[in-house]
Design a protein around this ligand. Structure first.
Ligand SMILES: [Zn+2]
Ligand SMILES: [Zn+2]
Length: 247
């Protein structure tokens, strides 16, 4: 891709203002997630484990996500996934590093495998892109060869139970997994994919499996009760992190 043309052509993925991938105003409006209530899945819940994650495979020890999939974050993910806008991976990595404490030293990052023909159609493999960038920033190894996708049925538009069923059969582990693995995904929806991948890694020898994702799907009721956090590095002043109603 011609990088100069890309820069000259750059528009904000959220509001189309010229100049940057995400303009300053939309950056300030990123819906950062506050400290998690549920220490396992990272949800803003009163109990831990919360009802959402209690049904997931026990192999998934913890999940942390940077932003809610709303507003500019949703626009950024759409551009990342559907328009092959690879620079979004850089933004996603910076957000994760700003919001999520680094995993324990020696952890190995394992991207959630995308269905091959979908990754080719989009022109970018979001989780692999994010894992590479996080590996550089956190100084952790990345292993993209441990998990493979063996079921191409998309999960989009399916409920939690159907996602769990599909995800359980969709992934396989190759060889021996590192002792401490951290799954990397672009978006966490119900957690079913992460839990299924964690189960495969545990079956292949991992002693602990956590997960990080850039964005997290939150329901409208979760959204209105969400304690939004902030990040000095990326979010600007606290008052800029006001909640906006979902579109
Ligand atoms: Zn903007
Ligand atoms: Zn939870």
């Amino acid at each position: 891709m011609d990088l100069l043309a890309l820069v000259a052509d750059q528009r904000c993925v959220a509001c189309a203002a010229p100049g940057r991938l995400v303009c300053a105003a939309c950056r300030r409006a990123l819906p950062w997630l506050g400290p998690p209530g549920c220490l396992r899945c990272g949800a803003a819940a009163a109990v831990s484990p919360c009802p959402t994650c209690a049904g997931l495979d026990p192999a998934l020890a913890w999940v942390r996500t940077a932003v809610a999939l709303h507003g500019p974050a949703r626009d950024a993910v759409r551009a990342w996934k559907d328009q092959a806008r690879t620079p979004v991976g850089r933004l996603a990595a910076r957000c994760v590093v700003a919001a999520v404490p680094p995993p324990a030293p020696g952890s190995v990052l394992v991207p959630v495998p995308a269905a091959p023909e979908r990754a080719a159609w989009r022109g970018v493999d979001g989780p692999a892109d994010l894992a590479r960038r996080l590996g550089r920033r956190w100084g952790l190894a990345v292993r993209g060869d441990i998990l493979v996708r063996r079921d191409e049925r998309p999960q989009r538009g399916r409920g939690a139970a159907a996602r769990r069923r599909l995800a359980g059969a969709a992934y396989a582990a190759c060889g021996t997994a590192p002792r401490r693995c951290v799954l990397v995904d672009d978006v966490m929806t119900t957690g079913a994919t992460l839990a299924a991948c964690a189960a495969r890694l545990a079956g292949a020898g991992a002693a602990e499996v956590g997960a990080v994702a850039f964005a997290r799907v939150v329901t409208e009721s979760q959204w209105t009760g969400l304690p939004l956090g902030g990040s000095e590095e990326y979010c600007g002043p606290k008052e800029s992190t006001t909640r906006r109603s979902p579109r």
